[in-house]
Design a protein. Sequence first.
Length: 219
Amino acid sequence: MKKLIILLAIIANLGCSNEKEEISDNLQYFKFQQTDSDKFINSTEVGKVLIYKNQNNSELKFKVLINKTEKQLESRGDFVNGSTKYFYYDEQRIEMQSTLFAEGDFCCNSSFYLSLKRWPKVYQTNPTLISQDSKFITNIGLVPFETGIQSAFLDYSEALLSITINGTAYNKVRKIEINPNPSPNPNWQLPSLKNIYFEQNKGVIGFDDLQNNEWRLQN
């Protein structure tokens, strides 16, 4: 019993120490604001399979593996020089995996993702410059696609479009152009993209590839 009490005491002290360290580091914390709530993705639960179909009735499917909203730490560094902590921020992160790959496959497990976050308006690491003011931004990770880039960026200043898919009207759509890969791998299972259609609250509702296929969300 004494050993159990001592163990519980150690765990409690470690928890307090971590909390104090986080509070005492005096880093800025960019929290979600009330005005951000209308931008969150609210229809992509874990386990759901998103189906995109093109004009030739071919399908691409992506299973949602993660959908979480939490406080994150922005830090940079490596094992040799150590890491530097810069600030905390709030993030909603959704990660999807193509069903063409085995679930848990390291290369594609968390590559197609949506990262919606509250971020400083000005941020640089050398020299360090972090503004007090913040903005709401979204990064869309496209690693499993043969795009030649890692992510697309959305700052909500893009013009709004209206798109109808299978009788459903989407009125808050932003079209994001992608720099295509000039030499895509013809044997790769996912296409090289030239643009994405992002619907506020819904996420990626469609994309077009270099072969002029128009993939649209079916569910």
